[in-house]
Design a protein around this ligand. Structure first.
Ligand code: LFR
Length: 476
């Protein structure tokens, strides 16, 4: 009846946290040891991640966590730090919302061939895929002298242990990973003018990376263990579903909407619908679409100088439904900006009424996200042949009652909301299995979640005709 303490370092686009999972057979208890903000910094023309600030947050959090047996690290995908041959970091990692990739994806996809890119990597076209960031950085002195490229969780793992490597779930988001050969796509790299020596060996989730450097003096001298280091990979492990007939929405800054499959879908229809096949834990595939997500709300709040979110959502719930809808995936919403104005502009362009004031704007965002969730859940089923009978919402969005209810209504399916900390839970569960405290497949890990986590059920009560009409107005 062993019980162990395991630390999950989870870096999100707006905050980082260190969580401690206390795990035994059928037992799982998660507490937050430390939380810190993640504020991107613009310097010159470039939007950066403040990586040293994040590193300090990680160290402070690991000290606050107390003695743990192991540490797992996850973060957002695609972004990287470059290190030179001595291991020194070259510059600050660039934020995926930076404008340096404007227009690059179109050019590179044409040159390399969209079909080839899709059948090799299985990835959706997002302007910030690592492939396009590297092409945008071509010829810069930093990239020319770089010895290795490390994705964000791999960089933190390197600073903790001195070990260089690339965890597989996150590597699969670069558009430089061959999903069927389960190896770096050296041919694509060569044709894109990217040096394949930049990429360290791949590591599987659940494997040991190494002990923490003694000079960091962390309590308990923990091991660092590879988890699903792409936050979405860990979040999907943390979906408390039974069986296979479920869709998930990992709902935070982004809404990642899709299904879990045993094999990728690489059809032409799938490529055109811009569905991605990211590699998951235990050889699964995260077949999903990126929907712009709560970013629309976060940026609106920033533009309004903050405000009481609970009150705003309560007022939005009383606004009339579908007065204005936008396509949340409009590229105009991707960079940081004055979101209420951008939404008003999009409404004007589409002939939708311009939302008058914050409550109406928030209602527009919630209706539009629910519609985008509906569209993606339906397309995921059609394109994969996987039928679903429930939608799990995990992550911060699981707390948003209005969005959960609207999503149930829009999809015409029950929504099961929670856990909010699915990512940290998925991170901890993979460590617990590596430590031998929990055994079994993903289904066994999820059984533990259903026994321990609070899940709220929303029944669909939507009017299908009204939702279909609103979806038609959304365009996209
Ligand atoms: C979510 C996420 C998405 C990825 C985006 C950018 O946090 O990891 O899965 O597409 O961030 O990295």
């Amino acid at each position: 009846n062993t019980v162990v303490n395991l630390a999950a370092v989870d870096l999100g686009a707006s905050s980082g946290r260190v969580m401690v999972g206390r795990v035994g057979a059928g037992k799982l208890d998660l507490t937050e040891a430390y939380r810190f903000t993640n504020e991107p910094v613009r310097a010159g023309d470039t939007l950066h991640w403040d990586i040293l600030r994040l590193w300090r947050g990680v160290l402070d959090g690991l000290h606050a966590a107390g003695p743990v047996a192991s540490i797992g690290i996850d973060s957002w995908a695609v972004d990287y730090g470059l290190v030179d041959a001595s291991g020194a970091l070259l510059g600050n990692p660039v934020h995926y919302r930076d404008g340096r990739t404007d227009g690059v994806a179109e050019r590179v996809a044409k040159q390399l061939g969209e079909e080839r890119l899709y059948t090799t990597t299985g990835l959706q076209q997002l302007p910030f895929n690592t492939l396009y960031q590297l092409v945008a950085a071509a010829g810069t002195p930093q990239l020319d002298i770089a010895h290795r490229l490390l994705l964000i969780p791999d960089l933190i793992a390197y600073w903790l242990t001195g070990q260089l490597g690339a965890e597989l779930t996150n590597a699969s988001t670069t558009q430089l990973y061959d999903l069927r050969r389960r190896a770096w796509a050296a041919g694509l790299m060569a044709d894109a003018g990217i040096r394949s020596e930049l990429f360290p060996p791949l590591r599987e989730p659940g494997t040991r990376i190494g002990p923490v450097r003694p000079d960091l003096a962390l309590p308990g001298s923990p091991q660092v263990v590879a988890v699903g280091s792409h936050d979405t990979a860990s979040a999907v492990v943390g979906v408390p579903a039974a069986g296979h007939h479920f869709a998930y929405i990992s709902c935070g800054t982004w809404s990642l909407v899709g299904v879990e499959l045993d094999a990728p879908v690489l059809s032409e229809a799938s490529r055109r619908a811009n569905f991605t096949n990211e590699s998951g834990v235990d050889g699964t595939f995260r077949y999903l679409r990126n929907v712009m997500g709560l970013w629309l709300l976060q940026e609106s709040l920033r533009a309004w100088g903050g405000g009481d979110l609970t009150d705003l959502l309560r007022r939005a719930a009383r606004e009339p439904a579908f007065r204005s809808v936008v396509d949340p995936d409009d590229p105009a919403f991707l960079p940081p900006g004055d979101m209420p104005t951008l939404i008003a502009d999009a409404c004007r362009r589409a002939g939708e009424p311009v939302p008058a004031g914050p409550a109406a704007t928030v209602r527009c965002i919630m209706d539009s996200l629910a519609l985008a969730h509906r569209r993606a859940v339906r397309q995921a089923q059609q394109l994969s042949g996987r039928h679903v009978d429930a939608v799990h919402i995990v992550g911060g969005g699981a707390r948003n009652e209005l969005l959960c209810q609207l999503t149930a209504d829009a999809c015409g399916l029950p929504v099961l909301a929670g856990p909010v900390e699915a990512t940290a839970l998925g991170n901890v569960l993979v460590q617990a299995r590596a430590a031998g405290v929990i055994n079994g497949d993903l289904a066994a890990l999820r059984t533990v979640l259903r026994g321990t986590e609070h899940i709220v059920r929303y029944e669909p009560r939507g009017d299908e005709v009204a939702w279909r009409a609103a979806e038609d107005r959304m365009g996209g």
